[in-house]
Design a protein around this ligand. Structure first.
Ligand SMILES: Nc1nc2c(ncn2[C@@H]2O[C@H](COP(=O)(O)OP(=O)(O)OP(=O)(O)O)[C@@H](O)[C@H]2O)c(=O)[nH]1
Ligand SMILES: [Mg+2]
Length: 306
């Protein structure tokens, strides 16, 4: 299928509305989810300092007067660690590249690693790719940007190369304009107030996982998965019961903390975010259960949506 951008001008002579899907891909931790949230203006995809925070494909939708951008956030493509969960996450990345109108390839400005090159090699030849050089705010020597852009240009043809800071919101309008020119003319496919394809149940589980990624050390977040057991919405109150699965009893103890204090602050912080996004009161109860080998249990992974 040809993925050439279609003309700007409809047969009537008016500038046509555009609508299309744009995959956001890159190695772990480059700032893909931060970027998607900044572009759509809501915290729908969880973020943390740790690699491999995102495990699912999820949409972030931005509708302006000129276009509807359907962004697809994806897990960081994993090249180092091998597990059933990682295989599934990589499969999700590959599948997300099918049938998109454009790709935003995110990497860190001034740094091109072997893992970045692996991701670049996955990108289909016939889809326009915009390279987003993120975390420019961290670059101490901006003079390095030009040779870096020149180096990238020799790797493949890019529709654009845009230095940005997703966190500071710098140059995101420029990025959006470049992405916009790659979208085909067409009507919006989704309601203009829709932010994501995921429901509140999914977002609730993700917010709990985000706090675990942010508040615990290296081991526990990767050994953790969250399931929503029940979600009831009655009279403005959402009552949510969640289970956090960990691999070992020692991880359960770390997650709970002394007298359960750590889990309490994780749940309180997740609840506050849910109330903000859902716009109403939330009652949240979280249980922690040991389920050894959940990350290799294909049936459990299926039921958790991986
Ligand atoms: N300084 C700086 N930090 C950033 C910027 N964008 C993202 N970050 C930080 O980079 C870290 C990773 O961000 P994420 O958005 O979770 O990265 P990701 O690519 O989605 O990561 P995975 O889902 O694990 O693949 C977080 O600590 C962000 O705050 C930026 O523009 N500048
Ligand atoms: Mg992410």
């Amino acid at each position: 299928m040809s993925k050439q951008p279609r003309p700007d001008v409809a047969t009537t002579g008016e500038v046509a509305f555009r609508c299309g899907e744009v995959a956001i891909v890159g190695r772990p931790n480059v700032g893909k989810s931060t970027l998607m949230n900044a572009l759509v203006g809501a915290h729908i995809s969880i973020t943390s300092r740790k690699a491999q925070t995102t495990r699912h494909r999820l949409l972030g939708i931005l509708t302006t007067a000129q276009a509807q951008y359907v962004f697809v956030d994806t897990p960081g493509f994993q090249t180092e660690h091998h597990s059933v969960l990682n295989e599934r996450m990589n499969r999700t990345v590959r599948a997300s590249l099918n049938d998109v109108d454009a790709v935003v390839w995110v990497l860190e400005a001034g740094r091109l690693s072997a893992a970045d090159r692996t991701v670049l090699a996955l990108l289909p030849a016939d889809v326009p790719v915009i390279a987003a050089l993120n975390k420019v705010d961290r670059l101490t020597d901006r003079a390095r940007l030009l040779p870096f852009i020149a180096e990238l240009s020799s790797l493949r043809e890019f529709a654009a190369i845009v230095p940005i800071s997703a966190e500071k919101g710098w140059q995101l309008d420029t990025l959006l304009a470049e992405v916009g020119t790659q979208l085909p003319a067409g009507e919006a496919t989704r309601p203009d107030d829709e932010l994501t394809d995921r429901d509140e149940r999914f977002l609730a589980a993700e917010y709990i996982r985000e706090k675990i990624f942010r508040l615990l050390g290296q081991e526990v977040p990767y050994a953790t998965s969250v399931a929503i057991e029940s979600f009831e919405h009655k009279g403005g109150l959402r009552s949510i019961h969640a289970t956090v699965y960990v691999d070992k009893a020692s991880q359960r103890a770390m997650l709970l903390g002394a007298r359960g204090e750590r889990m309490k602050s994780i749940a309180a912080s997740a609840r506050r975010d849910m109330e903000k996004l859902f716009g109403g009161k939330v009652f949240l109860e979280v249980w922690v259960k040991v389920k050894s080998g959940w990350a290799t249990d294909r049936r459990l992974l299926d039921s958790l949506g991986y």
